[in-house]
Design a protein around this ligand. Structure first.
Ligand code: AMP
Length: 322
């Protein structure tokens, strides 16, 4: 089949930051373009590029509906207690400083796919979704709504990632600025590009890290331990925030492919009713699958994410309603 047989009806655009303004897929009018541009203040590395893509695609397909699907949108249901940072209220408001969360398109797709696969109503499930790729975040999804997530104002907060530190005492930055004379740009580069697994072990790919752990590399062992320690801390926190959990889902490059990481993350959660089936967890497979033991009160799933499909669906929904 070629595109001529199935002429496109809409173009879906992934846009990282929708701020507090965009909470659903949105037809990209000129005004929306201006808003996306203006939100570049919050996502200087991402929104300008997305906008270039929008303009190029609009030039190539001027007659189609162009729809922005925001990575932050799914997390707009976070309650104020979850998205508010405990800093000066007026300053935060003036600069729109709050937690927004990212990977929303993936968290949304995966949590729905999990419910569909289990044949259970999404509205009745408490889920914890680990999106573990090069960037990584976890979300607590209650009845299909995101109520807590680990990324914040930017994708730097939360879990240990390939090259990002995730959570860190902000005073480390004051200390480095004063003692090591590092500039704001140096610190940005350090935490976003030279930290995480890369900073600790010298490699950022989980496959390389696993190889080095197996070969007895001590830096790699510590990096893996720190990575897993953080996953456990978040799992415990989110079980407490949700008041229990029915389903735990792993997705993205590491989540879909690393039995070591999945087993490590869940190892101490037996008390909460999480029983992994080691053989199922080890199995190399591609599709959506259960990796918990039969009879485990909490069901653990691997769900391959598909952000492109989710963006296409949402774009089509908007285009069909025009
Ligand atoms: P993503 O950002 O979702 O594309 O995920 C990319 C990450 O997935 C890379 O850092 C890889 O380390 C990791 N990954 C891909 N395949 C595997 C695998 N077979 N085992 C462990 N990690 C993997």
């Amino acid at each position: 089949p070629s595109l001529d047989d199935f002429p496109p009806v809409a173009v879906g655009h992934r846009v990282v930051h929708g701020g507090a303004r965009f909470f659903e897929p949105t037809l990209i009018t000129n005004l929306v373009e201006i808003n996306i541009d203006e939100l570049s203040v919050l996502a200087p590395l991402h929104n300008p590029g997305a906008l270039q893509g929008v303009r190029a695609a609009k030039a190539a397909f001027p007659d189609l509906a162009h729809v922005a699907v925001f990575d932050t949108a799914f997390h707009q249901t976070l309650p104020p207690a979850a998205y508010t940072y405990a800093i000066d209220k007026d300053l935060a408001e003036a600069h729109r400083i709050r937690r927004y969360g990212f990977h929303g398109t993936s968290h949304k797709y995966v949590s729905r796919a999990a419910a569909d696969f289990l044949g259970r109503p999404l509205e009745e499930l408490k889920q914890i979704v680990f999106h573990l790729g090069n960037g990584a975040s976890v979300a607590a999804v209650d009845g299909g709504r995101s109520v807590e997530t680990s990324m914040g104002l930017t994708p730097l907060e939360g879990l240990v990632m390939g090259t990002r530190s995730g959570d860190i005492d902000p005073a480390v930055l004051f200390h480095l600025a004063r003692r090591a004379r590092m500039s704001i740009d140096d610190l940005d580069d350090l935490l976003n590009k030279r930290s995480g697994v890369l900073g600790l072990a010298g490699v950022n790919d989980m496959r390389d890290l696993e190889e080095r752990v197996a070969a007895g590399d001590e830096d790699a062992r510590l990096a893996m331990d720190v990575y897993i320690h953080r996953l456990r801390a978040y799992a415990g926190s989110y079980i407490a925030q949700l008041g229990g959990v029915d389903v735990i889902v792993f997705t993205a490059g590491v989540g879909e492919n690393s039995p070591i990481v999945r087993a490590g993350a869940l190892e101490t959660l037996g008390f909460a009713g999480v029983q992994l089936d080691p053989a199922r967890n080890e199995e190399r497979a591609r599709g959506i699958r259960v990796i918990s033991a039969d009879g485990s009160p909490v069901t653990v799933l691997v769900v391959p994410t598909n952000e492109e499909l989710e963006i296409a669906r949402q774009a089509l929904e908007v285009a069909a309603a025009l």
